[in-house]
Design a protein around this ligand. Structure first.
Ligand code: GLC
Length: 747
C-alpha cells in the first residue's frame, strides 16, 4: 500500500509521500477552492456582471459550465468546495474526487457561523454578538461542538468561523457575526469556539475552524464592509491582534485575511500580516485561505497589482495558501511556477499544510457521511435544548420601568406588531430559510404564554422595513387603542436569501444606526394609545433607539436569537426566565457617537459633544435582571512585580438582593493610572457568571495575572510598567456600576 493511504503511518510521512506523487497541477489543485456545482447552477440565470464583482455570497463562472467543475474534480485539480449545502451534493462531489488519479478527498468549507444554519435542517443557535452577551464561554464551546457534529453529519469539514474581529462601528452590517467590541470577551469566546469546533483535530467528530478576518475590517473608515482601515500599529497590537493571536495559540487550523486594505496595503497581499506576524511572530502552522475573490481585488479594486496574475503572485509570496475561489487560479499559478516567478517549493509549503489538515480530519479514511444517520445528529433534542438555552442567555433586558415580567392573566388583549413579530428573520444572518416547524417566531412564543382569557391581536407590518405601509401602521395604532398591552417587534432584516432587501448583515452597512422605514413611527403611534408599550428588537448591530429609551417602559434586545428566539423572548417577557445577558457592544445614541466603545482613551470625551449627550445609550457590560444585585467588599491580595512575576487575588461580595433567583455576570476591569503610552480608561480582564438564589450572596474571586496588566513598549514587546493600577469590579462598564480599589506594581 502507498504510504499516504496507510492510516497507521505518521501524518508527516503520509503528506510527504503524497506530495512526492503529485504533478504541479495536482499540487496547485489542492490550493484551489470553487463554489459548489448546485450553487453555480442555481445562480446561472440571475447574476449580473456587477453582482459578480460586488456580491460576496453568490457566484458563477462565466465562460464555464457547472459540469466542468465536476470534470476538474475528477482530474484532481480541486482541493476544496464552499457553498455546497446538501449532504447529497457533498457526497456526490466526493465520489468524483475519489475517481481522480490519487483520490485525494475534497475539503468542504461552509459558513457555519451560528450552527450549520446555511444548510437546511440544522440547529440554528443565536448569532455571535448575542451569544457573547451571555458571557458564557462554556456555552460557546458546547455550541461549537454541536455544530461540528452537525457539520460532519453533512460531510462538511471546515467552517469559516469564528469571526474574532473587535467590532468598533455600529454602521458595519457584520457586527452581528462578531463577539462584540471588547478584546478580552472576543478572545475568550473565539478560543472556546475553536476548541469546540476542532477538538483535538484528530477525529471525524472534529472540524477545522477559521479565525477571520485578519484584520481591521471591523473598524472600516466609512462603516462599509471592506472599506479601508487606517489604524496605528499600537492599536492593532493592543486591540485587534490579540484575539487572533489567542486563536492561533489555541491551534486554529486556518486564518482568513480581511477584504480591506490596512494602512495602505491590501490584507490579501500583506506579507507583514500573513507571514511576519502570523507565522514568524505567532508560530501559526495551519493554512491561510483568501476571502471571496479578494486576491483578484488586489488588482481590480485596490490597484496595487497591474494584472490578476501579479495579484496571485503577490498574495502567494505574502503567505496565501488557498484561493477562494474562481476558475482561473490553477492555470495561472501553474504558469507562474513554470515561468520561475514562484518556486515549486513555495507551492509545496501550502499543499503540505492543506494535506495535513485533510489527514488530521480523517478524510482519507472517511470521505463520506452517512445519509441514513445524518438526521439522528442534526436537530437532535440536545442541540435544540442548547439553542433555546443560548437564546435565553443572550437576550438583554435594556429597560424596565416595572412593567416586566408580565402577568399572563392580567391582560385581556395584547397587540403584537412589527416586522419581526412573525418572521424567521430571528435566525439572523448566515441562516438559510428553515422549516417553519423548527422555528418559534416571537408571535408564536407570546401566544403560547398568554392566559386563557387573553386575545393576541396580531397586526402584520410585512417583513420588509424598507417598504412598510402607512395604512398598516395606522391599523396597528387603532388596534392599540383596544388593547391593554402593546408589543412592537422591530429591528433589522438579515435573511440572506433576500440579499438586496436586507438592512443588516454582510455587505449591508448603513450610514445611520436608527430604525429603518416607518418603524419609529409605528412605535410612536402605538405608544400614543396610552397603553403600556414594549419594544422588542431583533437585529445584528446596535440600534440607537433613543426615543424608545426615553418614552417606553420596557425594551428587550433579542439580537439574532436563533430558531427558538420567539420562545426565549416570550419566556423573558413573562418571567419564566430571568434575563441575565449583558451587552457585548455599546449601543450608541446616534451615528455621530460611532467609536463610542467603552475602552476608549482618556482624552476621548475631554470636550463633550455640544447639543447632545456624550454618554452612549447603553454601555458595554450593561443589562437588567428581574432581581437586583449589590456589590461590596472589593479586596485585592497578593503582589505583581514589573518583572512579570506574582499574581493578585481580587475578590468581591455579590448579593442577590431581590426576590427572584438569577445569574449575574460579574466583570473585572483595570486601568493603568500612568503609563508610557496612553491606555484605555478601562480594560475588561475577566468575568464570571454567578448563579445567586434570591437573598443569596457569594464572594467571587478573580486571579489578576501580570499579563493582564501588560502593554506593548516602544518596540511592541509586552511589558508591565510599575506603578498604580485601578482595579474595578461590578455589573457593567459604567463608572457608577463599579467598585474600585488601587493596587501597586513594584519595580
Ligand atoms: C465572504 C465573507 C467571509 C465568508 C466567505 C465565504 O465574502 O467575507 O466571511 O467566509 O465569503 O462565504
Amino acid at each position: 500500500m502507498e504510504t499516504y493511504k496507510n492510516p497507521a503511518a505518521p501524518i508527516a510521512d503520509r503528506v510527504e509521500d503524497l506530495l512526492g506523487r503529485m504533478t504541479l497541477e495536482e499540487k496547485v489543485g489542492q490550493t484551489n477552492q470553487l463554489v459548489g456545482v448546485e450553487h453555480f447552477r442555481q445562480n446561472l440565470a440571475s447574476l449580473t456582471a456587477d453582482d459578480l464583482f460586488r456580491n460576496t455570497a453568490q457566484a458563477i463562472y462565466p465562460g464555464h459550465k457547472p459540469e466542468e467543475l465536476e470534470k476538474w474534480t475528477r482530474q484532481g485539480i480541486v482541493g476544496s468546495f464552499l457553498h455546497v449545502i446538501t449532504l447529497e451534493e457533498a457526497n456526490r462531489l466526493q465520489h468524483l474526487a475519489m475517481e481522480s488519479r490519487l483520490a485525494v478527498p475534497l475539503l468542504f468549507g461552509i459558513d457555519a457561523i451560528h450552527g450549520n444554519a446555511n444548510c437546511p435542517d440544522n440547529t440554528v443557535y443565536p448569532g455571535n454578538l448575542g451569544l457573547a452577551c451571555s458571557f458564557n464561554t462554556g456555552l460557546a464551546r458546547r455550541i461549537a461542538r454541536q455544530t461540528a457534529a452537525e457539520m460532519r453529519a453533512m460531510n462538511m469539514h471546515w467552517t469559516f468561523n469564528p469571526n474574532v474581529e473587535v467590532a468598533h462601528d455600529a454602521r458595519w452590517g457584520r457586527c452581528g457575526e462578531t463577539y462584540g467590541e471588547d478584546r478580552c470577551l472576543v478572545e475568550r469566546m473565539g478560543v472556546e469556539t475553536v476548541h469546540g469546533l476542532q477538538g483535538n483535530l484528530d477525529s471525524t467528530a472534529d472540524v477545522a475552524a477559521c479565525a477571520k478576518h485578519f484584520v481591521g475590517g471591523s473598524r472600516p473608515d466609512n462603516g462599509t464592509n471592506g472599506s479601508p482601515c487606517d489604524v496605528s500599529e499600537r492599536t492593532l497590537r493592543t486591540t485587534f491582534f490579540p484575539p487572533f493571536k489567542a486563536t492561533v495559540d489555541a491551534g486554529v487550523a486556518t486564518v482568513m485575511p480581511s477584504h480591506n486594505e490596512l494602512n495602505g496595503i491590501p490584507c490579501h497581499s500583506s506579507r507583514w500580516l500573513m507571514t511576519d506576524v502570523l507565522r514568524h511572530e505567532w508560530g501559526f502552522n495551519g493554512f491561510v485561505v483568501s476571502d471571496w475573490m479578494d486576491i483578484e481585488h488586489v488588482h481590480d479594486l485596490h490597484g496595487t497589482a497591474e494584472t490578476v496574475e501579479d495579484a496571485y503572485r503577490q498574495s502567494i509570496m505574502a503567505g496565501m495558501d488557498m484561493h477562494m475561489h474562481g476558475p482561473d487560479w490553477v492555470d495561472a499559478v501553474c504558469s507562474l511556477v513554470k515561468e520561475g516567478v514562484i518556486s515549486e517549493q513555495r507551492i509545496d509549503e501550502s499543499v503540505r499544510r492543506i494535506l495535513e489538515l485533510k489527514f488530521c480530519l480523517g478524510l482519507f479514511e472517511h470521505p463520506y457521511a452517512d445519509p441514513e444517520t445524518s438526521m439522528q445528529v442534526r436537530l437532535c433534542d440536545e442541540h435544540r435544548r442548547t439553542a433555546l438555552e443560548a437564546a435565553r442567555q443572550s437576550i438583554v433586558l435594556l429597560k424596565n420601568d416595572g412593567l416586566l415580567p408580565l402577568d399572563p392573566n392580567r391582560y385581556r388583549k395584547i397587540l403584537v406588531t412589527g416586522i419581526n413579530a412573525r418572521d424567521e428573520n430571528i435566525m439572523g444572518d448566515w441562516s438559510a430559510s428553515q422549516r417553519p416547524e423548527n422555528v418559534v417566531t416571537i408571535l408564536e412564543g407570546i401566544s403560547s404564554f398568554v392566559g386563557d382569557g387573553c386575545e393576541v391581536l396580531y397586526v402584520s407590518q410585512g417583513w420588509d422595513p424598507r417598504n412598510m405601509s402607512s395604512e398598516r401602521v395606522t391599523h396597528a395604532a387603532e388596534v392599540a387603542r383596544e388593547a391593554d398591552l402593546n408589543i412592537v417587534v422591530a429591528g433589522e432584516y438579515m435573511m440572506r436569501w433576500r440579499w438586496n432587501d436586507r438592512t443588516c448583515g454582510e455587505d449591508t452597512d448603513r450610514s445611520d444606526v436608527n430604525l429603518v422605514g416607518l418603524q419609529n413611527e409605528l412605535i410612536r403611534r402605538v405608544a400614543e394609545s396610552g397603553k403600556p408599550t414594549i419594544l422588542v428588537l431583533v437585529n445584528g448591530r446596535p440600534l440607537g433607539v433613543e426615543w424608545a429609551a426615553s418614552n417606553l417602559p420596557a425594551i428587550v434586545e433579542a439580537w439574532e436569537p436563533g430558531m427558538y428566539g420567539g420562545q426565549a423572548v416570550a419566556e423573558i417577557l413573562f418571567g419564566k426566565v430571568n434575563p441575565s445577558a449583558k451587552l457585548s457592544i455599546t449601543i450608541p445614541r446616534s451615528v455621530g457617537q460611532i467609536h463610542c466603545h467603552y475602552d476608549h482613551k482618556p482624552s476621548q470625551y475631554f470636550h463633550p459633544y455640544a447639543c447632545s449627550s456624550s454618554e452612549p445609550l447603553y454601555p458595554f457590560g450593561y443589562g437588567l435582571s428581574y432581581t437586583t444585585y449589590s456589590y461590596s467588599g472589593l479586596a485585592a491580595e497578593g503582589e505583581i512585580c514589573a518583572d512579570g512575576t506574582g499574581s493578585i487575588d481580587v475578590s468581591v461580595d455579590v448579593a442577590n438582593t431581590g426576590s427572584v433567583d438569577g445569574e449575574e455576570i460579574v466583570q473585572l476591569y483595570i486601568r493603568d493610572v500612568y503609563s508610557t503610552f496612553t491606555r484605555p480608561v478601562k480594560e475588561l480582564k475577566d468575568f464570571k457568571r454567578v448563579a445567586l438564589k434570591a437573598g443569596e450572596s457569594k464572594r467571587v474571586h478573580f486571579t489578576l495575572t501580570p499579563e493582564m496588566l501588560a502593554m506593548p513598549d516602544a518596540d511592541y514587546h509586552w511589558v508591565i510598567e510599575p506603578g498604580d493600577f485601578v482595579v474595578m469590579a461590578g455589573s457593567s462598564s459604567r463608572d457608577n456600576d463599579l467598585l474600585k480599589i488601587k493596587i501597586n506594581v513594584k519595580k
